[in-house]
Ligand binder design. Structure first.
Ligand SMILES: Nc1ncnc2c1ncn2[C@@H]1O[C@H](COP(=O)(O)OP(=O)(O)OP(=O)(O)O)[C@@H](O)[C@H]1O
Ligand SMILES: [Mg+2]
Length: 232
């Protein structure tokens, strides 16, 4: 007999910061892919590092796939404070050098799943994709990117963990002054929660673009500070 299974019954929320938690009805949800998109310096990596630290503090391990070429350990120290050692001990960092490396890492994440991982972060999901895509390989790369996010989504559901991905933006052709996330509808399909980050003067505005239990358009504002972020 085929055992009925409803994964929605068991989701949990990983608390990140009260500002973001409120926007996301408690935090980053397990069994779900959450996408943050925004221009450079809009706080995407900062929020990923915060989520990493908070997840470890909540007793789970974290896989961090960093395509940006090495995080500043100093920035992690500022955010983790006295918990830095524990955070480093409970995190698995990967630094792919190209899109193929990224694919390899995502393809092989099953091997990490006996490590009590609560969160997988892919920051950025699209940097290599965007850099390496051309007229000849576009369809192949589109397919590969979709398969990576599908894979992350299936790990999230199977192992009750959260997935956080970031994407960059490009200027919208249709709406002047607006931006669209790279990877558009393909990533939208797999990301059940989507947050847009915008720079507003010295602050950052986070806007909920998609959620399963909250209306789109909810907003919050924060500022990046030495220890992480603070609400404004
Ligand atoms: N100690 C600090 N105090 C205040 N602001 C800081 C501190 N460290 C970093 N920042 C700010 O964080 C911002 C960069 O944020 P972040 O790296 O999260 O952006 P991002 O959205 O990931 O950008 P990218 O698309 O380039 O990866 C910069 O504006 C920087 O000034
Ligand atoms: Mg970044």
């Amino acid at each position: 007999m085929l055992e009925p299974f409803r994964s929605q019954d068991e989701t949990e929320k990983i608390s990140v910061h009260k500002t973001l938690d409120r926007l996301l009805n408690g935090g980053v949800e397990t069994r779900t892919v959450t996408q943050l998109y925004g221009p450079p310096a809009s706080g995407k990596t900062n929020l990923c590092l915060l989520a990493l630290v908070r997840c470890v503090e909540q007793g789970k391990k974290v896989v961090f796939i960093d395509t940006e070429g090495g995080h500043s350990i100093e920035r992690l120290r500022q955010i983790a404070g006295e918990n830095l050692e524990q955070v480093l001990e409970k995190s698995y960092f990967y630094e792919p050098m190209n899109f193929k490396d990224q694919q390899f890492i995502v393809d092989n994440l099953d091997y990490m799943m006996n490590q009590d991982v609560g969160l997988i972060i892919l920051d950025s999901a699209v940097a290599f994709y965007r850099h390496e895509r051309n007229d000849e390989n576009a369809s192949e790369l589109n397919k590969a990117l979709a398969s990576q996010i599908a894979k992350l989504s299936s790990l999230a559901r199977k192992h009750n963990l959260a997935v956080l991905i970031t994407t960059q933006v490009y200027s919208s052709y249709e709406n002047e002054g607006e931006v669209e996330p790279v990877g558009g509808s393909m990533l939208k399909y797999w990301s059940k929660v989507i947050v847009e980050l915008k720079r507003e003067g010295g602050d950052i505005e986070a806007v909920l673009m998609r959620h399963r239990e909250l209306p789109e358009g909810l907003k919050t504002r924060f500022r990046i500070t030495e220890k992480g972020i603070e609400e404004v």
